[in-house]
Design a protein around this ligand. Sequence first.
Ligand SMILES: Nc1nc2c(c(=O)[nH]1)N[C@H]1C(S)=C(S)[C@@H](COP(=O)(O)O)O[C@H]1N2
Ligand SMILES: [Mo]
Length: 261
Amino acid sequence: MIKKPNRLPASLDSELIVKDARRALELSMPSRRLFGKRALTLGGLALLTGCDITDNASVNRMLTRISRMNDGVQGWLFDPDKLAPTYPASMITRPFPFNAFYGEDEITEVDGDAYRLELKGLIDNRRPWTLPALRRLPQVEQITRHICVEGWSAIGRWGGVPFAGFLRHVGADLSAKYIAFRCADDYYTSIDMPTALHPQTQLTLTYDGDILPPKYGFPMKLRMPTKLGYKNPKHIVSIEVTNTYPGGYWEDQGYNWFGGA
Ligand SMILES: Nc1nc2c(c(=O)[nH]1)N[C@H]1C(S)=C(S)[C@@H](COP(=O)(O)O)O[C@H]1N2
Ligand SMILES: [Mo]
């Protein structure tokens, strides 16, 4: 049965709601082509989400639901074997941009000697890791593109440990839904298991052949060329494997959770 959306109270501007919804859809939905040039209408959005749009709270619920649908579609479209493009060293962006939720004058400093990576949740061996122990694991390198939703992208060279191998090594439950990351600067984010196991997902310890500098996430960050910048946590201090949705710093403020690049 087709449900007609309720009449909109005067306080809500339908044009603005549709604009917000379009933005939520476009933020990072690879399937946005599906919506193409077809006009989004309030009625269409109500049908799409099964939400009645009657007040501000229901508008927010609808936008959240769009973002969640977006996660589902992206998760379903994600190909665990498809590699992101790699580039020659001559294409590395110099200097590589810095970005964080604070300015470059407040870069987080972590003491490498005192550093311990904590493991939590559904992992057999939750022994903490020192930096030298992480460096003793087999290392790989990638030259890939980092894409930030703020409208810039840059090619960089990162080295470190393939994350899938690390997860297997510590006995993580690979059937769990989420991996959650906490950072030394109180940033946090989380990813889906298929992305965690993707061959280009890397526990990163170096940048351009040198120890990862503070501005790029010393002592360790997660590098994923299949995900947007905000999904790539720097200064990681703990990794948790869990089935409870962990959210993230930007995700909890409305950024799309899957965040595919
Ligand atoms: N710990 C931490 N990680 C973070 C962020 C942050 O503020 N804190 N910002 C994210 C965003 S939005 C981007 S674009 C990249 C920037 O990484 P870069 O400084 O290496 O370019 O880091 C991501 N990871
Ligand atoms: Mo970003």
